[in-house]
Design a protein around this ligand. Structure first.
Ligand code: CP
Length: 294
């Protein structure tokens, strides 16, 4: 039984094993495989989600697991019950693994130390989103064959992005070269030793251009210039997308602020892998759940 709290703590070998197992599940024609049929999985989302929550549920159901969906708004959290007491409650009822998304960064690590079931990080604050980075890496490996030597630009709200952090740790372990591009007030100072910040012009000269959502809900009032100004300076506009290299692919973890960080028409352009990323979320999460429970 193994938790997955982040990619920072995984070895290259463990990442390769997960990506290989993802490819295995991706290539299965049958949708239902009862390998986890006697297992109970709880999806505990203390922060909203569409892709992560439903692709975990899809993955769990494809593996034949029994799925319990917990939503904070419909629970005793509304009466003031803590995250710890909630997880302990589900653990005492007999769940085999917990998938968990939390707003505050760092709480997940403390929680994992106190409970005995494996926990899977479905996004913790701005710290890590390991299954997102795994599906991103899988999407890149499908496009390019291997990750080693790829140049990946991550553009936008790095400071608030758990996706940027997990991709940084995962991709660099796999031998890819990561660079960031962000407005001054969206840079993450603690990441400076690990990846350079480059201009938008330089960032577009890459194999992968990964745009990030401007996380309006995490911004202090007045931190963001107008959406139009952000688009002009850092957005992947139709004009910028037209100048990308022939082999460059465009990624975005979504949800997308269309016409802010990426133009509407670019989202569904031939270079975009945004919807394939979502599809790849299912086999990635099958591999992660299987690793946690078996
Ligand atoms: N990419 C991602 O984590 O999306 P959700 O917030 O909808 O799960």
């Amino acid at each position: 039984e193994r938790s997955l709290l982040g990619l920072r703590e995984l070895s290259q070998t463990e990442i390769v094993q997960l990506l290989n197992r993802t490819a295995y599940w991706d290539n299965q024609a049958v949708k239902l495989t009862p390998v986890l049929e006697s297992k109970f999985v709880s999806n505990m989302f203390f922060e909203n989600s569409t892709r992560t929550r439903f692709s975990f549920e899809m993955a769990e159901k494809r593996l034949g697991a029994q799925v319990l969906n917990f939503t904070a708004a419909a629970s005793s959290v509304e009466k003031g019950e803590s995250i710890y007491d909630t997880v302990r409650t589900l653990e005492s009822m007999g769940i085999d693994v917990g998938v968990i998304r939390l707003k505050p960064a760092g709480v997940l690590q403390q929680l994992a130390e106190k409970v005995s079931i494996p926990l899977i990080n479905a996004g913790d604050g701005n710290n890590e989103h390991p299954t997102q980075a795994l599906l991103d890496m899988y999407t890149m490996s499908k496009a390019f064959g291997e990750l080693k030597g790829l140049k990946v630009s991550i553009i936008g709200d790095i400071m608030h992005s758990r996706v940027a952090r997990s991709n940084l740790w995962g991709l660099t372990k796999m031998g890819a070269q990561v660079q960031f591009c962000a407005p001054e007030n969206m840079k993450a100072p603690e990441l400076m030793p690990y990846a350079p910040y480059v201009s938008i012009e330089e960032a577009l000269k890459a194999d992968v251009v990964m745009m990030l959502r401007v996380q309006l809900e995490r911004h202090a009032v007045g931190m963001l210039q107008s959406a139009e100004e952000y688009r002009r300076q850092y957005g992947l506009t139709e004009e910028r997308a037209a100048k990308l290299g022939a082999g460059t692919i465009i990624m975005h973890p979504a949800p997308v602020n269309r016409n802010v960080e990426i133009d509407d028409v670019v989202v569904e352009s031939s270079k975009s892998r945004i919807f394939p990323q979502m599809a790849n979320g299912v086999p990635v999460r099958m591999a992660v759940i299987e690793r946690a429970v078996l």
